[in-house]
Ligand binder design. Structure first.
Ligand code: DGY
Length: 328
């Protein structure tokens, strides 16, 4: 069985696939155009898919009728039409859990960086404008005892809440599709309405799965309802926020700061005016970029492909309903 892998991943995953006797196809060059990528996909049975720039939609599945399974090298699967995949009997694997710590670490890092204007101050050192001690310049805010609002309290949100509670004694509120009983019991987290989450959070951190109805949910109207000292953190998907509205809300001091590991669009332009603000810290989608997380992702993605090749269920599947439709 052929596996097309569009970029290099850690050896741990490659070794598993080789040991399973699968034929691995790597592209001849890096950073394929859409057409080049599609050509490789047309000539394979399965894909171990890295990155979210190309979409697995109806057109894709029609153009690549031989593709029988896709293992994503990500936990997020918003670039896949899972309904269409299920209709075509194609399981979509993903990589949950192994990156929860690393991604929540980045959310926690952004919260602190913004609260202490670390990015701005580092920039001053780099450009040689350290300057004299100024009791009033670029003051941060402390996080002790403040309220952290989590939008989407799954595994990554839980880890962020736990760290913030332990480090700063933060009060945790959250809004989610379901109650998270563990977070309520272990962290004293309180379930609140979406409106209360927006109005009462000192730090609002987004951790939900991105779906089309979330598109630019965090916009002008929501930023205006937030506390003026609020810090907005997004490590989930850039599509959750309207970046122009976010910029304006920061300029107008409707909110205090923003920490982004995901931007809208992505990658963002180097001349985006939001980069000039002292109240932001922006990273290039590095949530899962640790050796530990990336090795874990490689193992889970390879494990999904191998399970498929052995006619077993993928252990981590974004559309598990594909199996019930098969069994019926
Ligand atoms: C994920 O795993 O979803 C990360 O955001 C990388 O795309």
């Amino acid at each position: 069985m052929k596996v097309f892998i569009n970029k290099r991943i850690p050896e741990a995953g490659i070794k598993m696939l080789e040991e399973a006797g699968l034929e691995i196809i790597f592209p001849e060059k890096e950073n394929l155009s859409y057409e080049e990528w599609l050509n490789y996909c047309k000539n394979t049975d399965t894909i171990l898919s890295i990155g979210t720039e190309f979409t697995y939609d109806k057109n894709f599945f029609e153009a690549c009728p031989d593709v029988k399974a896709i293992a994503l090298y990500s936990v997020g699967f918003d670039h896949v039409d899972t309904k269409e995949a299920t209709l075509k009997n194609i399981p979509i694997g993903n990589t949950p859990d192994v990156l929860s710590r690393a991604t929540s670490d980045v959310a926690f890092l952004l919260m602190q960086s913004v609260a202490r204007r670390a990015s701005y101050n580092f920039g001053k050192v780099k450009e040689g404008s350290w300057g004299a001690f100024d009791p009033l310049h670029a003051l941060g805010q402390e996080l002790y005892g403040k309220t952290l609002g989590i939008f989407g309290l799954g595994r990554i949100g839980y880890e962020m809440a736990e760290k913030s509670k332990k480090a700063f004694g933060m009060n945790i509120i959250y809004h989610n599709r379901h109650h998270n009983e563990e977070a309520e019991k272990e962290l004293g987290a309180t379930y609140v309405s979406f409106e209360d989450l927006i109005r009462n959070s000192d730090v609002l951190s987004v951790h939900a799965n991105f779906t089309p109805e979330h598109k630019e949910l965090f916009n002008k109207s929501l930023f205006e309802q937030m506390k003026s000292n609020a810090i907005f953190i997004n490590t989930a998907r850039g599509g959750f926020h309207n970046q122009k509205d976010l910029y304006q809300a920061l300029v107008d001091q409707k909110i205090w700061g923003a920490g982004l590991d995901v931007t809208n669009p992505e990658p963002m332009a180097a001349d985006d005016p939001i980069l000039q603000l002292s109240s932001v810290c922006i990273l290039p989608h590095i949530g899962s970029a640790t050796v530990e997380a990336r090795n874990g992702m490689a193992r889970l993605a390879a494990g999904n492909i191998i399970a498929f090749s052995e006619n077993k269920k993928m252990p981590n599947c974004a559309n598990p309903e594909v199996y019930s439709s098969r069994l019926s």
